[in-house]
Write a protein that binds this ligand. Structure first.
Ligand code: WQD
Length: 347
């Protein structure tokens, strides 16, 4: 009897890739999403890859009665992977209450319902944003959590505290918290990938849309940082590698391999890559010259951050494998696929 996993936000970018990897690892998957930042078409992409149609319910995790009804309708859920959240840093500054309500209440609802339905644990989607500007790199899980630079980052910090407080109060639940660095790329099949709505906030979709001519020119936010080429440095991690980490975490949690009731892992490659270096990689793999200009710094940007992934490698038993070239190439392939399919991508 295969174990059943609830994936919240499962039609989103990282969620959809994780659904694919869970199905291919033999798990039965129930997907819920409120479609506020994704569309149900993504389910068709998942089916094309795995040949298995996951249960899908359009649902808002903030809606407690609806969430209770979900657990009643699908008994026997063994674990939860919780992605559903608002995640745009800039938007969170404009709409803090939306972010606090959505990102906190959705988690509170899950944690309240899980023990009632004998759900063993929750894998939580967190972010390296909780570290703020590191004192030094690479950064490991023992690094101090700094005051958040945005309501979005604050919701991730508060979520982690809610999980810890709830579990250490004696709740019969375990948790593995995964702090992502910068997820990029798309499934090699080009059946699923990142689908930013409107003007992309993140670097890689903006690069690929510029390469496609959907955007006129990429603005590089600053080249006067204290880094080798002056541009910011990030730890860009392949989205499929990241998805696989969630399967490893679920396996670890459901087979009681955890060392403590709440475990935290940095998910990164351990390599820092600058914005300008990433542009070079794009030009190399696409064969296109990218139209970009250097502009002023973006408010709130961290200068440089990359992971020390030793704990994830040695304790969780997961290592990022994909090269940055193949990862950027997968993003480009995906962009070409969606740009050729629907004019909507010319928004
Ligand atoms: C990366 C670098 C920009 C766009 C954010 C969230 C983080 C996570 C990932 C959710 C920065 C530069 C970007 C552009 C640019 N999201 N850039 N021109 O800010 O590192 O992380 O997304 O979990 O929580 O904070 O990612 O892709 O926005 O920026 O020069 O048009 O690219 O200045 O240095 P970021 P990003």
């Amino acid at each position: 009897m295969s174990k059943k996993i609830l994936v919240t936000g499962g039609t989103g970018y990282i969620g959809s890739h994780t659904v694919v990897e869970l199905q291919q690892a033999g798990y039965e998957v129930v997907v819920i999403d409120n479609l506020s930042n994704s569309n149900a078409e993504v389910i068709e992409g998942i089916v094309k890859i795995t040949g298995i149609r996951p249960v899908f319910e359009e649902l808002d995790c903030v809606d407690f009665p609806a969430m209770r009804a979900l657990f009643e309708k699908y008994p026997g859920i063994d674990g939860v992977v919780h992605f559903a959240a608002s995640k745009a840093v800039g938007e969170s500054v404009q709409k803090p209450l939306l972010y606090y309500r959505n990102n906190l209440v959705s988690l509170l609802n899950l944690l309240e319902l899980m023990p009632q339905f004998h759900v063993k644990g929750i894998v939580f989607s967190s972010s390296c944003t909780v570290y703020g500007e590191p004192d030094n790199n690479p950064i490991d899980e023992s690094a101090p959590i700094k005051p958040a630079e945005s309501p979005y980052g604050n919701t991730k910090q508060i979520n982690e505290e809610i999980i810890r407080d709830f579990i250490y109060s004696g709740a019969p639940v375990k948790s593995i918290i995964l702090r992502y660095f910068n997820p990029i790329g798309a499934h090699p099949s080009a059946e699923i990938g990142e689908l930013p709505i409107g003007v992309p906030q993140n670097l890689v979709p903006y690069i690929t849309q510029t390469g496609m001519g959907i955007r006129e020119q990429l603005s590089v936010f600053g080249n006067d940082y204290n880094t080798p080429d002056g541009s910011c440095i990030r730890d860009f991690i392949n989205v499929v590698d990241l998805a696989k980490a969630h399967v490893t975490a679920i396996e670890r949690m459901l087979t009681d391999k955890v060392d403590e009731k709440v475990e935290i892992f940095n998910l990164g490659t351990g390599k820092g890559v600058s914005v300008l270096e990433l542009i070079d990689v794009f030009e190399k793999v696409s064969g296109k010259k990218l139209n970009y200009k250097i502009v002023g710094r973006r408010e709130g940007d961290i200068e440089q951050i990359w992971a020390n992934p030793d704990k994830a490698n040695n304790v969780l038993g997961w290592t990022a494998k994909e090269t940055i070239e193949n990862t950027v190439a997968s993003a480009w392939r995906w962009q070409q696929r969606i740009a050729s399919e629907s004019p909507h991508s010319r928004v």
